[in-house]
Design a protein around this ligand. Structure first.
Ligand SMILES: CC(C)(COP(=O)(O)OP(=O)(O)OC[C@H]1O[C@@H](n2cnc3c(N)ncnc32)[C@H](O)[C@@H]1OP(=O)(O)O)[C@@H](O)C(=O)NCCC(=O)NCCS
Length: 171
């Protein structure tokens, strides 16, 4: 499945499309190893249940396989409705560092631009330097560190909080 050169991928190599049920099998096989298709299906159904004005999930497709996923979630409360957060960003390891996350986020940004979204947020565990580097290259800027913002199985990690203008995605 890896493409032949290590060059940047463009929309000629990769199609970014809204998630649909037909992608669950490929997500299970190529991205979320060990997570069965049925679990992907039910998790995505729950994630997307608020509807497309609130949550929008995309898949990056290369040769009919899903090689990346990303989801934009709109903030719910009054005063924060002009903000979305990018969550569950994962790119297959054979395709990392070649612009796939950027393409997926651009598609999500376009989707939300008609809904008056102005600010895009993202966060990463402080030790995830690969993700933080990629997000900074995309244009996100750090605005804070949430100490012990992440908790898995009782273990804490600090969370790097980042944001950028939605307009910057569209230019
Ligand atoms: C984080 C992740 C989603 C980034 O996806 P990606 O497709 O590799 O990111 P992109 O290639 O779009 O990165 C954007 C830019 O950063 C650069 N970049 C990405 N990773 C980089 C790295 N480790 N070092 C230097 N530059 C890097 C890309 O080359 C690209 O450069 P450009 O501005 O010249 O186009 C991916 O690494 C991944 O799936 N990691 C494992 C899961 C994970 O940690 N998810 C995030 C949880 S918060």
């Amino acid at each position: 499945m890896p493409v032949e050169s290590e060059s940047l991928l463009t929309e000629d190599d990769i199609h970014v499309v809204p998630y649909s049920r037909e992608h669950a099998k490929s997500i299970s096989e190529n991205l979320f190893e060990g997570v069965p298709e049925e679990v992907v299906l039910s998790q995505r159904a729950e994630l997307l249940s608020p509807g497309p004005e609130e949550v929008f999930s995309v898949c990056a497709i290369h040769e009919n396989e899903v090689i990346g996923v990303c989801t934009g979630v709109r903030m719910r409360w009054a005063g924060s409705r002009h903000r979305i957060e990018m969550v569950q960003v994962v790119v297959n390891e054979n395709f990392r560092g070649r612009g796939v996350a950027r393409l997926m986020m651009q598609r999500i940004s376009e989707h939300f631009s008609s809904l008056e979204i102005e600010i895009v947020q993202i966060s990463a565990e402080s030790t995830n330097t690969r993700a933080i580097t990629a997000y900074e290259r995309i244009g996100f800027r750090r605005f804070g560190v949430l100490k012990e913002g992440i908790k898995h199985d009782g273990q804490y990690a600090d969370e790097i909080m980042m944001a950028m203008s939605n307009q910057d995605f569209l230019e």
